[in-house]
Design a protein around this ligand. Structure first.
Ligand SMILES: Cc1ncc(C[n+]2csc(CCOP(=O)(O)OP(=O)(O)O)c2C)c(N)n1
Length: 523
């Protein structure tokens, strides 16, 4: 390939040609003087997606990359802009989202004179939460650095990568770089170990996580659960849903504390954790951290999951091919257990409740359309009242870093224009990246933002008893007007407070064209 390359192009031309070859013709960004040279003679087949703060930019790209299944290209402003993005980069790291993040840098000729906007440690700023970070030693190496970064981002476990590009590099000569292909997930291995363990187990249990869905193993895991008649739990606090939540084998979401895990899985002699950590904790508890006496085996492409388990064996391999190999010797499918019915709705005493809202969205939304959630106290009821039953239909942040949901929903909607994305966002969460509404309007994104307004950081109030506090400081955020915030950025909307008006309000919010915000005042 390299021998055919004769003519030199500019760094910009070589980078854009590489991005085009890789199908990445969207650039998610927020510009500054150090980035502008990238846009000289910007080609018509590229689209610049503007976010008004870097946390929004990375959130947009993360949602887009996850919903489209591919990587996304990001261009940030130098140190301060990258700093704004750091929380979102951490989230992309936890989400395992392949993002090729570039940031501007001052011109090389000035660097020894400490110029304005100079980032003297560009790679160190992002380093702990990217798979690869580089500022190439020579301008002409920028295209190669981006190709290399792409490869790192797309290798399992996937994640964000970072390339710092000095402003004067874009016009320098460079050679084109050939397109790369997605590294193949590790092959099926450990099949015999898993088959033996399943054969020997009397009461196996499955614990699944978001990687099942990201790895395209949704159907395979359902078939495994059905053929071996194994009950399934979902790991808590995952960014995606790895098993249909209304399936008869589904037992719920595991608690996020050691005692809760041990209590829930007690009596199972084999726990197969697929595409997830074993286990994910949010609050402390006494040891043991895994059910004593049970054999724990992890299966997935992420070695960190195996490394982080306090006990257990790990098969690091592609989930779907491994399960398919296991199924070759599986027993015939027994009768499928009946689908779960949702519990009754609580009495809101004249107010809208979060379960009632979720139930209305579940009844009125287009089946299988994407749901983005960032509303901490709605997360529990979601499983019961808005069960996710199709793959690639649910997105939230795996990091716990609020501010992902609003921009990610816009990115998801851009990747799935034919479906109406529903974003369920808490009033507190919405305010971290409210500027994403501007991007939604500009991109005419097919998305309904449902702001669940309880006037509080309710999840933190809920923690008071855990820490033995009578009250928590800084959790009252009442008085915000989200319809006005939306209108100010070009997004239409309405507020609903009366339970009798809820269905009509949701119906309207789901049927308009372009972005729309429904602010729901909940008890
Ligand atoms: C970036 C960031 N800052 C602070 C927090 C701490 N935090 C966790 S839940 C929460 C409240 C969120 O409020 P809201 O979105 O209204 O949802 P609710 O808890 O009311 O359901 C906060 C502030 C966080 N998770 N991320």
């Amino acid at each position: 390939m390299a021998s055919q390359i004769t003519e030199r192009m500019t760094v910009r031309e070589a980078v854009l040609a590489f991005l085009r070859d890789q199908g990445m013709t969207r650039i998610f960004g927020n510009p500054g003087s150090t980035e502008l040279p990238l846009f000289r003679a910007f080609p018509d087949d590229f689209h610049y997606v503007l976010g008004l703060q870097e946390a929004v930019v990375v959130g947009l790209a993360d949602g887009f990359a996850q919903a489209s299944g591919g990587p996304a290209f990001v261009n940030l402003h130098s140190a301060a802009g990258t700093g704004h993005a750091m929380g979102a980069i951490f989230t992309a790291w936890r989400n395992r989202t392949p993002l090729i993040i570039t940031a501007g840098q001052q011109a090389r000729s000035l660097l020894l004179h400490d110029p304005f906007l100079y980032s003297d440690r560009p790679t160190e700023l992002v380093r702990p939460y990217v798979k690869y970070a580089v500022e190439p030693a020579r301008a002409e190496d920028v295209p190669q650095a981006i190709a290399r970064a792409w490869f790192h981002a797309m290798t399992y476990p996937r994640g964000p990568v970072f390339v710092s590009v000095p402003a004067d590099d874009w016009d320098m000569p460079a050679d084109p770089v050939p397109a790369r292909t997605v590294p193949v997930a590790p092959g099926a291995s450990g099949v015999a170990l898993l088959a033996d363990a399943l054969r020997a187990a009397r009461r196996p249990a499955l614990v699944v996580g978001g990687e099942v869905e990201r790895d395209g193993a949704w159907e395979a895991v359902i078939e495994l659960a059905e053929r071996f008649a194994i009950p399934v739990w979902h790991s808590p606090l995952e960014g995606r849903v790895g098993f249909p939540q209304d399936h008869g084998a589904f037992r719920g979401v595991l608690p996020a504390d050691p005692s809760g895990v041990v209590r829930t899985l007690d009596g199972h002699d084999l726990i197969l954790a697929i595409g997830t950590r074993a286990f994910t904790f949010h609050v402390e508890g006494p040891r043991p951290y895994a059910p004593p006496g049970a054999r724990l085996i992890l299966l997935g492409t992420d070695p960190e999951h195996g490394a982080a388990a306090s006990t257990g064996e790990a098969v690091i391999a592609g989930i779907a091919p491994t399960i398919r190999a296991l199924l070759a010797d599986a027993p015939p499918r027994p009768a499928t257990p009946p689908r779960k019915a949702p519990p009754a709705l609580p009495d809101g005493r004249g107010r809208i409740t979060t379960p009632a809202l979720l139930d209305a969205v579940a009844r009125l939304r287009q089946q299988g359309s994407p749901v983005v959630e960032e509303a901490p106290t709605a997360r529990g009821p979601l499983v019961d009242y808005l069960p996710i039953d199709t793959p690639a239909a649910f997105f939230t942040c795996a990091s716990g870093g609020l501010g992902f949901g609003l921009p990610a929903a816009v990115g998801v909607a851009m990747a799935r224009p034919e479906q109406r994305t529903v974003a369920l966002i808490g009033d507190g969460s919405a305010m971290y990246t409210i500027q994403a509404l501007f991007s939604a309007a500009r991109e005419k994104a097919n998305v309904t933002f449902v702001i669940i307004n309880n006037g509080a950081y309710a999840a933190l109030d809920g923690f008071a008893s855990h820490f033995g506090l009578n009250s928590v400081l800084g959790t009252d955020i009442g008085g915000l007007d989200f319809v006005a915030l939306a209108r100010a950025q070009g997004v239409a909307g309405a507020r609903v407070e009366d339970p009798a008006a809820l269905d009509d309000a949701v119906r309207t919010a789901l049927s308009v064209e372009g972005p729309y915000l429904l602010e729901v005042m909940v008890a």
